[in-house]
Design a protein around this ligand. Structure first.
Ligand code: LRH
Ligand code: MN
Length: 430
């Protein structure tokens, strides 16, 4: 029987921290009340907030230079789901995971679904992969996949995406995320217009295979692995494609997929306006698509994104139903600790955005009172909402301090015993 953290240990660890939490929660409640905000209303929303964990994120990630696996690496998707379940057990913020095919492909998908159910984990959007060649694959994706100049390659990539939908259906997913690496490294290498035609031609076939209640999420990315042009490089190309394909096509925003200093929250506002915001791959970055932990480099940016999301929810923006997922690579930390902390930092940005006095902000904006408007927004970001996050975990049966409780459990060293090092286990990215 593989080790699971006993709920009694969580209760024990919580008992040590409950008095301090009650104190801090009451103090924050009084502080927010003075600003006309009800802490209970915020806590209730935070307790209902969920972000999906990437199955590919629970193994140690790497770069093209190296990967330094840690002890107890997940050996296969069954181990990955166990670790996803542990993240949810402690944070109560990650009830679903986002699978990646074929990295998570198994011979018996039904068995995988039952394993996940037994662990109390569900499935969010399924991700296709035509950015790598698989062993035994007939045609290579070296020069592209859904937009390859050769129709047979495009058809092979379309077939893979349709297979991902079939697998996702068995697992209970309701969306397919399509990110393609297609692009060029040399001016002249590809016709920048033809490739978009082929993208629409291929996605139309995938779109036609979507079950009635499914959505397709188009993920744009400025560059990498293509370093001169990328077919779906920005939100404009993604939105053009979504609007061409039909009402079930939406635009997914991976925070790391933009040029430095791009105003991502404004892109979010525009996609909400168009009714085409699919949702997010949350992470953080300083230079390129660094896939660092969400909120670790620029938490104010994450807050500004959530400010747009809370505003859209409050004004009941038509078609507003974003999917929240993490997409990170954990090269130097225990992936479970990084994913727990990242899920909490995403919740923190949400709670801070809920701690903005929106009526006063709107009035200051309408009065062009620049400094008052800015300070009203910053007041949300500057509120230390940690007691709200901990209290929502405690109420949901999670750990007041997930990282401390995880460490107290010895989960990682138990997994190191259970999961003998399998050289070259490709659990993380690369
Ligand atoms: C591309 C990406 C995409 C995933 C991959 C693992 O950079 O963000 O979402 O398929 O990372
Ligand atoms: Mn992504």
């Amino acid at each position: 029987m593989s080790y699971r953290i006993p709920d009694s240990l969580i209760a024990e660890e919580n008992a040590k921290r409950a008095p301090a939490l009650e104190d801090d929660y009451a103090a924050l409640g009084r502080q927010l009340e003075r600003r006309g905000l009800d802490i209970e209303a915020i806590t209730a929303k935070v307790a209902a907030f969920a972000v999906a964990v990437p199955t590919w994120g629970v193994g140690t990630g790497g770069t093209r230079f190296a990967r330094f696996p840690g002890p107890g690496e997940p050996r296969n998707v069954f181990d990955k789901l166990e670790d996803c379940a542990t993240i949810h057990q402690l944070t109560r913020a990650t009830p679903t995971c986002s699978p990646h095919i074929p990295w998570d492909k198994v011979s018996d998908t039904k068995e995988l679904g039952e394993h996940a159910k037994a662990l109390g984990v569900g499935f969010d959007a399924v991700n296709s992969n035509t950015f790598q060649d698989q062993p035994g694959q007939k045609l290579s994706y070296k020069f592209g996949s859904l937009t390859h100049a050769t129709k047979a390659v495009r058809d092979q990539a379309v077939a893979h995406n349709i297979e991902c939908i079939a697998i996702g259906e068995k697992l209970g997913s309701k969306a397919l995320t399509v990110w393609i690496a297609d692009g060029s490294n040399f001016p002249g290498q590809s016709n920048l217009d033809h490739v978009f035609d082929w993208y629409i031609e291929s996605l139309s076939q995938i779109y036609a295979s979507l079950p009635a209640d499914w959505r397709v999420f188009l993920e744009h990315k400025l560059y990498e692995p293509a370093f001169y042009s990328t077919v779906i490089a920005d939100w404009g190309s993604s939105l053009m494609a979504a609007q061409t394909l039909g009402p079930k096509a939406f635009c997914l925003v991976d925070l790391g997929h933009h040029a430095p200093n791009v105003n991502i929250e404004q892109i979010v506002a525009r996609l909400i306006r168009a009714g085409r915001l699919a949702g997010f791959h949350f992470n953080d970055s300083k230079y390129g698509d660094d896939d660092l932990d969400a909120g670790s480099i620029d938490p104010f940016r994450l807050f500004r994104v959530f400010n747009e999301l809370v505003d859209a929810a409050e004004r009941k923006a038509p078609g507003f139903d974003p999917a929240y997922m993490l997409d990170q690579s954990h090269n130097v930390t225990d992936p479970i600790e990084s994913l727990m902390v990242s899920a909490i930092e995403v919740q923190r940005a949400y709670a801070q955005a809920l701690a903005v006095d929106r009526a006063a902000l709107g009035a200051a904006q309408d009065a062009s009172d620049v400094m008052l408007a800015h300070r009203l927004l910053k007041a949300g970001f500057q509120a230390d909402v940690s007691p709200i996050l901990a209290e929502s975990r405690r109420r949901n049966g999670g750990a007041i301090d997930p990282v401390a409780t995880y460490r107290a459990s010895g989960y990682r060293s138990r997994k190191a015993e259970e999961r003998p090092d399998t050289a070259g286990s490709s659990s993380g990215i690369v």
